[in-house]
Design a protein around this ligand. Structure first.
Ligand code: FAD
Length: 603
């Protein structure tokens, strides 16, 4: 009876919070002005920050256009993070079928979720907070992008961070408490998460604040969460500006074209469609593309900026011939490694729902297992070439989940795994307590490409990406799998009788279970990009034929048009790309502000 009362009270509280959340998101603008100073396309991780920073100047008016729906408070319950991939908050992209990778997925296609919602992919992601390694950004600078070294980006990471983990706030060189993006540990973690960190220590790794001075080591997950709920880009940057009257947000409005005068090669506005109605809006100063690594290149190409041959084949008049859509990167991973344990120490959604107390705890206090983002609890960064270097340059990440494909039936569908694989490998022991480790290749050498399917803006672009085209990317996975098996064999995990779930993947069962060849087969079958798509509008010097934007993020050859989002990353950092994209938003917006203040771009 007490629990029922707790549930009712919790539900009332949740509805109240949800209502407040709904009211705090900026409303859909009732009218659209014919002209704004700045038009930003995409209210995602980067675009939300850009809009926030530019509209701080009351003399500038700013329009932010978002194709997706409003964020919903249910999306902010951490354990639910994978559930919205079936909803209209996801663009539901898939990679083109391949004969070498994603072989265990429906139609040999890996899924490519992207947030289609106010807040963008920060609303569907796993809330993992990482910045990357200082060498990643120093490398950007070395590639010819001056002003992009670690010393230049760190101030922006600090500007946006609100660190709430007490022991980390003391390190003021690397952490700040004054920004908008709240960082916390999950208020709950499983005993298996402790085993992960302890197991890492047993294997000789350090426990590290991987967003501090050095990155290599093991840790519980730092997450973009406030008070046990998701802290999306929208909650961090858009909610606080809902009353700025120089700012308009259009939701469910898809930009279909950037308007560019072909004679002066100057961007002067955009065309967008809301409710089947077409609008044309002009930009007095600039159009800024923050539509993400799939849609920013798509929009550039639809607007005549892209590879000449490709656009000509689709009858799109070419305004500027640039390498748009190339250099697609992600952090390739694989899902084949599951461990069962002999105690009830993992996360099983069914159990949590049946028991009810976890739900009551979450609704009332935002604590307990529901506060764990998608079951993800720990992270390790390893420099496989210099494993004992305390200041290593990691090339391998291990992502730890206190759950696995055994823990929640819908997961295999979310990930696009073939039903026959689920039925033979996982279903026989589903609901067994388990954990999983996902190895991520942090310095991928393989590259993919985004192409247009047609000149129709409503046709999904094509995503070509053989994640393991370069064999080194696959070998790093193999190394990762071996490391994770070593972890399972530590005392910390053996306390729970951890053992590899050894039902072979049907297509690989002709190979000896556990042999290198077996694992290579599994990696190719249950491959996953971890959805850090980036690089498709590469930043680089003019001498680099493959670059699309310059170091001030201006599109080469086109005036008054920038790209500010994950697509400008010349090389993907050793990081989950949400907060790095927000950093790009803050730094990119500063460049816009500087350029217009100094009269660099004349009105
Ligand atoms: C399932 C998943 C899990 C992830 N987990 C993590 C994680 O735990 N930690 C982490 O750091 N990173 C994670 N990432 C990656 C990270 O969230 C993204 O790299 C980051 O959000 C990208 O930011 P962005 O600004 O480039 O693009 P987005 O945030 O994707 O924003 C682009 C926005 O533009 C809008 N848009 C696109 N086209 C148009 C158009 N034509 N007209 C109008 N609007 C348009 C989109 O709807 C979207 O809102 C994850 C991503 C996914 C998909």
């Amino acid at each position: 009876e007490r629990r029922n009362l707790g549930l009712l009270e919790g539900l009332v509280k949740f509805v109240q919070e949800g209502t407040r959340h709904f009211q705090e998101e900026p409303q859909d603008a009732a009218t659209v002005l014919p002209e704004y100073d700045f038009i930003i396309v995409g209210a995602g991780s980067a675009g939300s920050v850009v809009a926030n920073r530019l509209s701080r100047n009351p003399d500038w008016n700013v329009l932010l256009i978002e194709a997706g729906r409003p964020e919903n408070y249910v999306m902010d319950i951490p354990i639910m993070a994978t559930f919205f991939q079936f909803s209209d908050a996801n663009w539901k992209y898939k990679m083109e079928p391949s004969s070498t990778v994603c072989l265990g997925m429906e139609n040999r296609q890996c899924t490519c979720p992207r947030g289609k919602v106010v807040g963008g992919s920060s609303v569907v992601n796993f809330m993992i907070y990482t910045r990357g390694n200082k060498r990643d950004y120093n490398n950007w600078e070395k590639l010819g992008n001056s002003g992009w070294g670690y010393k230049d980006v760190l101030p922006y990471f600090l500007e946006i961070e609100e660190m709430t983990i007490p022991e980390l706030t003391k390190d003021t060189r690397f952490h700040s408490t004054r920004g908008e993006v709240t960082i916390s540990y999950a208020p709950f973690h499983t005993p298996l998460a402790d085993a992960f960190v302890e197991g890492g220590r047993e294997l000789g790794h350090r426990i590290v604040d991987y967003n501090g001075e050095t990155q290599t080591g093991f840790s519980l997950l730092q997450t973009t969460k406030r008070n046990g709920t998701r802290w999306s880009a929208s909650r961090a940057f858009l909610h606080p500006m809902r009353d700025r009257n120089n700012f308009h947000l259009k939701k469910r409005s898809q930009v279909t074209k950037i308007l560019i005068d072909p004679s002066t090669k100057t961007a002067y506005g955009v065309e967008f469609v809301q409710n089947k109605k077409k609008y044309v809006v002009r930009a007095k100063k600039e159009v800024i593309l923050s539509a993400g690594a799939v849609n920013s290149p798509q929009l550039l190409m639809l607007s005549g900026v892209g590879p000449k041959q490709h656009l000509t084949a689709l009858n799109i008049p070419v305004i500027e011939d640039l390498s748009v859509g190339y250099n697609l990167m992600d952090h390739p991973g694989s899902l084949g490694l599951t461990f069962t344990v002999n105690q009830s120490v993992g996360l099983i959604l069914n159990e949590m729902l049946n028991d009810g107390s976890s739900l009551v705890e979450y609704l009332n206090y935002h604590k307990g297992p529901f506060s764990v983002p998608a079951g993800c609890e720990g992270i390790a960064f390893i420099d496989t070439k210099n494993p004992s270097d305390v200041d290593g340059d990691p090339d391998l990440e291990i992502l730890f989940f206190g759950a696995s494909l055994l823990s929640e039936k819908s997961l295999y569908k979310t990930l696009g795994i073939r039903e026959d694989i689920y039925k033979t490998v996982y279903e026989p022991v589903e609901d067994t307590h388990s954990w999983s480790g996902v190895p991520l290749t942090l310095k991928p050498k393989s590259r993919g490409r985004i192409m247009l399917k047609s000149a129709n803006p409503f046709h999904k672009p094509l995503i070509y990406y053989d994640l393991f085209e370069d064999p080194q990317d696959l070998e790093m996975q193999l190394l990762g799998i071996k490391k994770i098996i070593d972890l399972s064999n530590t005392k910390a995990f053996q306390k729970y009788g951890s053992k590899v779930h050894n039902y072979p993947i049907p297509d690989c069962k002709h190979l000896e279970f556990g042999s290198d060849e077996y694992w290579r087969c599994v990696i190719r079958h249950l491959a996953v990009g971890i959805w850090h798509l980036s690089g498709t509008c590469k930043m680089g010097p003019i001498s680099d034929q493959s670059s699309v934007v310059d170091e001030r993020l201006r599109v080469y050859g086109i005036n008054r048009l920038r790209v500010i989002d994950a697509s400008i990353m010349p090389v993907v950092p050793a990081a989950h790309t949400n907060v790095p994209s927000m950093m790009l938003g803050a730094k990119g917006a500063d460049m816009v502000i500087q350029d217009w203040k100094t009269g660099y771009l004349k009105n």
